[in-house]
Design a protein around this ligand. Structure first.
Ligand SMILES: C[C@](O)(CO)[C@H](O)COP(=O)(O)OP(=O)(O)OC[C@H]1O[C@@H](n2ccc(N)nc2=O)[C@H](O)[C@@H]1O
Ligand SMILES: Nc1ncnc2c1ncn2[C@@H]1O[C@H](COP(=O)(O)OP(=O)(O)OP(=O)(O)O)[C@@H](O)[C@H]1O
Length: 291
């Protein structure tokens, strides 16, 4: 008898980001902070798989510690797209997680973006990148950059994006054993909120200048000794930065072997990884090669 072969669903990448620097220039009336930042995408992250269902249900197959299915950004993203596109098909969603939660690597946001982009194809809604980015913004400030899929200069609350081609670098990322609450950092009274605005040209004239720092670093250092220790350990080898509101910290290297050599010196004491910075998201590569 012939066996029925069902193709395994493909894995869709959900890459991490680093904030090369993070300045706060003011605050909106609703309390959200106005930022200037550069998002560097990485060739490293989570993976998601989707199996379509004809009963319309959105079902998360893999558990995520501390996050009930209804609050999971992948479930919320799928629901949002289902409503916006008037879709009657559902999906099972499997998430292969590598990125730490509350790490400042944008894992949850990237999972949401990959869900929007992948299901826009698999459900054939074809809403397009602008509408998907607008939907993504409703889920989190970092979702649009992952939807658009290019390393970028960002302003506003992170939604005003200009694609950037950043120098080729390898990154060593350390993951301190602590979760940082983004909301808590943004409400810290010691957070600097009056950075003078810079232009994209100022940044591009000296992208690796130490004058572009992360204003969250001081309050996060003060609250989380584990993050301070990670910054100190990495700073002994190369200039280290906090990404987003932390907890992860990173340093840039010109070659993979230099990044790996630094990692070898720290791997006994820290969790972490080495990844290549990419200007184009691995998600775009899947779209352009397979769809
Ligand atoms: C710090 C960054 O990671 C930089 O890339 C992002 O701006 C944070 O983006 P995110 O994790 O998607 O954050 P959200 O889930 O949108 O917001 C979490 C909380 O952080 C605060 N928040 C966030 C972004 C922002 N520009 N100003 C804020 O004050 C708000 O209190 C908000 O309720
Ligand atoms: N699929 C998901 N993956 C990760 N976190 C999720 C997910 N769904 C909901 N969350 C919630 O979102 C919170 C933030 O997760 P995320 O991984 O985006 O943090 P982050 O790396 O600090 O991101 P950012 O840089 O955007 O602040 C988590 O603490 C978790 O409660």
């Amino acid at each position: 008898m012939d066996s029925v072969l069902t193709a395994a669903p493909r894995w869709w990448p959900a890459p991490a980001k680093l904030n090369r620097f993070l300045h706060i220039t003011g605050r909106r009336d609703d309390g959200y902070h106005l930022l200037q930042t550069v998002f560097q995408l990485l060739d490293y992250g989570d993976r998601l798989a989707f199996s379509l269902r004809d009963d319309g249900a959105i079902h998360r197959v893999t558990a995520l510690a501390g996050v009930p299915a209804e609050q999971d950004l992948v479930v919320r993203a799928a629901r949002l797209l289902q409503e916006a596109g008037g879709v009657e098909i559902g999906t099972d969603i499997r998430v292969d997680k590598r990125l730490p939660m509350g790490g400042g690597l944008g894992g949850g946001s990237s999972n949401a973006a990959t869900t929007l982009v992948a299901l826009d194809h698999l459900w054939n809604t074809r809403l397009g990148v602008d509408t998907l980015a607008e939907l993504g913004m409703q889920l989190g400030a970092d979702v649009p950059v992952f939807v658009r899929g290019h390393s970028a200069w960002a302003e506003g609350v992170g939604e005003q994006l200009q694609p950037l081609d950043l120098p080729n670098r390898w990154y060593l990322v350390l993951i301190p054993p602590v979760t940082v609450s983004t909301a808590a950092v943004f409400s810290d009274s010691h957070l600097r909120r009056d950075c003078p605005p810079i232009t994209i040209r100022d940044f591009l004239a000296a992208p690796e200048s130490p004058q572009w720092g992360n204003v969250c670093e001081a309050p996060v250092r003060a609250r989380y000794p584990e993050v301070a220790a990670a910054l100190d350990a990495l700073n002994a080898l190369a200039p280290a930065r906090l990404t987003g509101t932390g907890a992860c910290v990173f340093a840039a290297f010109e070659t993979e072997s230099a990044a790996n050599a630094a990692w070898q010196q720290l791997a006994e004491d820290w969790q972490g990884f080495v990844a290549r910075g990419v200007n184009e998201s691995p998600l775009n590569t899947v779209l352009s090669t397979e769809f």
